[in-house]
Structures are given as C-alpha cells and as structure tokens.
Design a protein around this ligand. Structure first.
Ligand SMILES: *Cc1c(COP(=O)(O)O)cnc(C)c1O
Length: 356
C-alpha cells in the first residue's frame, strides 16, 4: 500500500515531513546543536538523579512540572515565576500546543520567510492556514511591511524568530514592538538562539509586562547543549499557560525528562560555558567566509548562512564527500553551517577550500 492510498486528511496530501538528514559522518555541522559533550561530573550527576527517580517510575510524573518550571523561571530572570513558564518536549511541542490552543481551522498564522521550517509544518499540522510575510533581500524585517501584512491577513498567530533560523538575523526591539502593537492575536517570539546573540541584543522578555498576548519560546537544545533531552519552554502571561493546559496531553513530560532538565539547569555554568567560545568561532567563521569572497549573512546565532552558489547541492555534496555535513536549507543559493569546536571548524574550512 502507498501513502496516497490511505484516507489521509486532504490538507496533508503531498506534504513532505521535516527532514534534516541524520548521516553518520565525522563532522556534523547541520542541526545547530552545541558541539560540547557534557562533562563527566554532569554525566555522573545525571546518572545518579535518574537512578533515584527510577524507583518512582510506577507513578505518573508531575503533570504540571511545577519544580522544573520554577527552575526555568529562575534561569530566565526578569522577575518571572513558574506560573509564567511552561515546558514541553522541545520547543516544537510548545509551539504545537500554542497552535492547538490559538490556531486551527478557519484561522491563520503569519511568519516571515526564510525562517524556521517547523513553523509552517506545525501550522498546517493543526489545520491552520500559513501566510508568508517575506523578508528583505538582506533577511531583515521591514516593520512597515510587517504591520501591513498583519493588517491585511489579521492572523491569529504571528511568528517572529530572533535570532532567525536559518539566516542568523536578530530583530530590533522596535520591530517586535511594532508587530505587538498591530497584531490582533498572539505573537510568538521564537528565541531558540537567544544565548548566542551579540552583546547588546535585548530579549523580548523585557516586553512581557506590557504585552500579555506575547509568548517568548526558548529551548535547552541549542546553547544549553541538551538536544537529546527534548526540553523546550516558554514565558508568557499566566493566562496563556492556562490556555495551553487545555490542549496538552496529560503527563506529557516524563519523570526522567524533568529530572534531567533540572539537573542540567543546576550545571548551567558548565553547559553555557561553551557559548562564548562558539560566538567567537562564529564571528571568525563569518570573517573567513567573507575573505573567501563569499556572501555571508550577519549572525547572532550558532550558525552562519553563506552563498551564493549556482549549484549549492554540489557544494553540499563536496563537503559531505570530505566528511563534513552541513545543511542545505533556506533560499536556493545558500548553505548553512552550524558552529562546532575549533577543530571541527578547521576541518570545515579545509573541506570548503577543497570544494571551491
Ligand atoms: C532548533 C530550533 C527550535 C528548537 O527545537 P526543539 O524542539 O526545542 O529542539 C525552535 N525554534 C527554532 C527557530 C529552532 O531553530
């Protein structure tokens, strides 16, 4: 039997699933993970905490993850409390719950592409209509055009991604504010890469007290070096969290996930310790790529978008043949490289020199 033969929803026919290739090569710079593995001290602490909680696995987890949410609020600062924070299996699940609660049939969500490919996928997965507001040539967002798109489409949800994936572009506060003032519904500011932003880039968290329909999403998958744990979270008005309780599955966040996340948060000095080095490595990568005569987008994240290539697939394949996996994503002539360790970036530079 083929997929087309199943009684699939009409709006899912012909769609392709999210598919960053998972290829086993020596240098993997394709999914924006943090390249630094947890230390032995952290691994030991995690093992001990998991062992302790294993004795309780006959019981369901804390359905509301109260302690984890309090810990996440303390990490975020800005005077936030656990009632203003919600967590799920990756920020992707957080986003899906937002769409389930505030989107759906007859409603639309507006984003500004090129941006995170999961925003339209989660949007259509919940039968919400996706509207692309488009970015400028240099991947910035024109606040006037953003407001005009909002007024034209009246979306139930607006997605802002800052810093944006796959371009690395951070949004000025004035643009976020303009969107918040114009939006008739919810505004999601996806800050998956906030910890990598350059000095002086403020977080949308500072706007929360003023805009109760804003949701700031974060993740432990990137700067926090815990992608395998699957924990994402948000900060918003407590009423927003109450809305998400209506759609979340009971006991969605396992006991082991909650324990691992809380342990990682205790070790945050170590886990976030690599961020400064990754930022330096990113800035050096941008400078090196420009010195090769390539076009490079300014980046506030742990990846760099560069181009432009007539045949980007050939460049991607050439790198892969040399043991370096990067990502074929974004506008047609561009490629994205995630920032790895110094050694990994040296291997990337050598491989790209070989290809070019
Ligand atoms: C990686 C990423 C996420 C995070 O996904 P998780 O589900 O938390 O691993 C969210 N938003 C953007 C823009 C991303 O690039």
């Amino acid at each position: 039997m083929r997929l087309e033969d199943l009684p699939l929803r009409d709006d899912l026919r012909g769609r392709t699933p999210y598919g960053a290739p998972q290829i086993d090569v020596p240098i993997r710079l394709n999914t924006n993970e943090n390249p630094y593995e947890p230390s032995k001290a952290l691994v030991d602490d995690l093992a001990e905490e998991v062992r302790r909680s294993a004795a309780t696995l006959n019981r369901y987890p804390d359905r509301d993850a109260v302690e984890l949410r309090a810990d996440l609020a303390a990490y975020l600062g800005h005077g936030l409390t656990g009632e203003q924070v919600w967590a799920a299996n990756g920020s992707n699940e957080v986003l899906q719950q937002i769409l389930q609660a505030f989107g759906g049939h007859g409603r639309s969500a507006l984003g500004f592409e090129p941006s995170y490919s999961m925003h339209p996928i989660i949007t259509s997965g919940t039968s919400t209509e996706w509207v692309d507001g488009m970015r400028e040539e240099d991947f910035t967002l024109d606040p006037g055009k953003a407001v005009a798109a909002i007024e034209e489409h009246r979306p139930s949800i607006v997605f802002l991604t800052s810093p944006n994936n796959p371009t690395g572009t951070a949004l000025p506060m004035a643009t976020i504010r303009a969107v918040l003032e114009a939006a008739p519904g919810m505004v999601v500011v996806d800050e998956a890469y906030a910890e990598f932003a350059r000095e002086g880039t403020p977080s949308a968290l500072t706007l929360l007290p003023e805009f109760p329909r804003m949701i700031v999403t974060r993740t432990m998958s990137k700067a926090f070096a815990m992608a395998g744990t699957r924990v994402g979270y948000l900060a918003a008005h407590p009423a927003v969290v109450q809305a998400l309780l209506l759609v979340r599955l009971p006991y969605h966040l396992s006991t082991l996930t909650q324990v691992a996340a809380r342990t990682a948060l205790r070790h945050r000095a170590e886990l976030l310790g690599g961020v400064a080095a990754l930022r330096r490595e990113r800035d050096e990568t941008v400078a090196w790529l420009r010195a090769q005569g390539l076009t490079v987008a300014d980046s506030d994240a742990n990846f760099v978008l560069f181009g432009r290539f007539e045949h980007r697939k050939a460049v991607w394949q050439g790198l892969l043949d040399r043991g370096v996996l990067i990502r074929e994503v974004g506008p047609p002539q561009w490629l994205r490289v995630s920032i790895g360790t110094g050694e990994e970036m040296a291997a990337f530079r050598a491989a790209l020199e070989g290809v070019l």
